[in-house]
Design a protein around this ligand. Structure first.
Ligand code: CP3
Length: 348
């Protein structure tokens, strides 16, 4: 077992995630590690994405790069939502500029049954990477993550990225027994993946349901939310804050909180002030439009100030973009944004 570093539990990110008073609003960025950083592009040269994810020294270095550069208040573990599937033996790859591609898409009960459950023995490299990261990070928290069942199911059923998730929703509507089995399988794998990360020292977890915005509220509630809720319930037993994030989720935010989140991630389409009554007595995370980094710095910072001001009415606020860093982002803009969040929200 790991021993938490002094100051970690009182770090601004963990204070905010628990809804406690903070010295300044904590900030991190989804996809802060990755192609926007020249040091990332250099170290990834000639290394395939999944190979990088399974190399503890590379994962450690890539995860630390944005922390060093920006002084953000949290690190996000460098991996991918499909990595645990790869680890249990699903034949898949992450294609550059495309995303996850699955060789044999999942369509039947037999296909689901053929996917093994995740055991810690499948992912020793995750335990090793998290362990080395937490000792390097000291009082800076490491956020572990997993994909939520719907978003991961979309890649497994479609066989790759999809705009309308038509095959996935065809299974959801037309083959309820296969859907239920698949969602249970993924929920178990994602929960086990989070347990491995927290056991090795991650201080918080984020469940990514990036594509949940493709669902109506009733379908989310009946066919998806119970499965995400089981992942979040298992994560709740780990004693770390749980963040729940999706894109295009204005109509789902209340349920995403009720599914068992301590912190609700808000995408950039929903004004943060409109999100607050929906998330109830929960902390919010978000939600600057990630394209604002391409605006003049004063415009970007004025919009960031609006997000910070809206966040003051929340139980707690973790500043973030409203989705991942766009690869063409100038890292200097994120450095200015990080400093601005700290200064504008600071007490002193
Ligand atoms: O810094 C971080 O945020 C941690 C790293 C991270 C990655 N993927 C690395 C990655 C995280 C948190 C993810 C989660 C993930 N993966 C999600 C949920 C988050 C979201 O953006 O909504 C989703 C939907 C995926 C599936 C996936 N994997 C996509 C859509 C892509 C991008 C395809 C592309 O190339 O544009 C990937 C590949 C991927 N995952 C990359 C990175 C850095 C790019 C691959 C590379 O650098 O070669």
């Amino acid at each position: 077992m790991h021993h938490p570093a002094p100051g970690l539990s009182e770090s601004p990110f963990l204070l905010a995630a628990r809804g406690e008073p903070v010295p300044h609003t904590p900030v991190w960025f989804m996809r802060q590690a990755g192609r926007s950083l020249p040091e990332y592009r250099a170290i990834r040269e000639g290394v395939a994405m999944l190979d990088a994810c399974m190399d503890p020294a590379l994962v450690t270095e890539i995860t630390l790069q944005p922390v060093r550069r920006y002084g953000v208040d949290a690190a996000i573990f460098f991996s991918d939502i499909v990595l645990p599937l790869k680890a249990v033996g699903v034949d898949l790859d992450i294609k550059p500029g495309v995303g996850p591609v699955v060789a044999q898409p999942v369509r039947t009960l037999e296909d689901v049954a053929a996917i093994p459950d995740l055991e810690p023995g499948h992912v020793p490299f995750i335990t090793e990477a998290v362990g080395s990261l937490v000792s390097e990070l000291g009082a800076t928290p490491l956020i572990g993550f997993a994909g939520a069942p719907f978003t991961v199911a979309s890649y497994l059923v479609e066989g790759g990225p999809s705009k309308d998730h038509a095959l996935t929703k065809a299974m959801m509507f037309g083959a309820p027994d296969v859907w239920d089995a698949l969602m249970r399988k993924i929920a178990d794998i994602s929960a086990a993946y989070l347990e491995v990360q927290v056991a090795a020292g991650a201080s918080a977890v984020q469940l990514f349901d990036s594509w949940a915005g493709a669902l109506t509220p009733a379908d989310y509630r009946d066919l998806v939310m119970p499965h995400s809720a089981r992942v979040l319930a298992r994560a709740g037993g780990l004693g770390v804050p749980r963040i729940h994030f999706g894109v295009g989720t204005t109509n789902l935010l209340a349920m995403m909180g009720e599914a068992g989140a301590d912190v609700v991630g808000v995408d950039w389409r929903t004004p943060l002030a409109d999100a607050l009554p929906l998330v109830g007595d929960r902390v919010v995370q978000g939600n600057l439009d990630p394209t604002l980094v391409f605006a003049p710095t004063d415009v970007m910072l004025a919009r960031a100030a609006e997000v910070l001001d809206a966040g003051r009415a929340a139980k707690g606020h973790v500043f973030n973009l409203g989705h991942g860093v766009i690869p063409a982002t100038d890292p200097d803009q994120l450095a200015r944004l990080t400093d601005f969040v700290h200064e504008h929200s600071g007490r002193g």
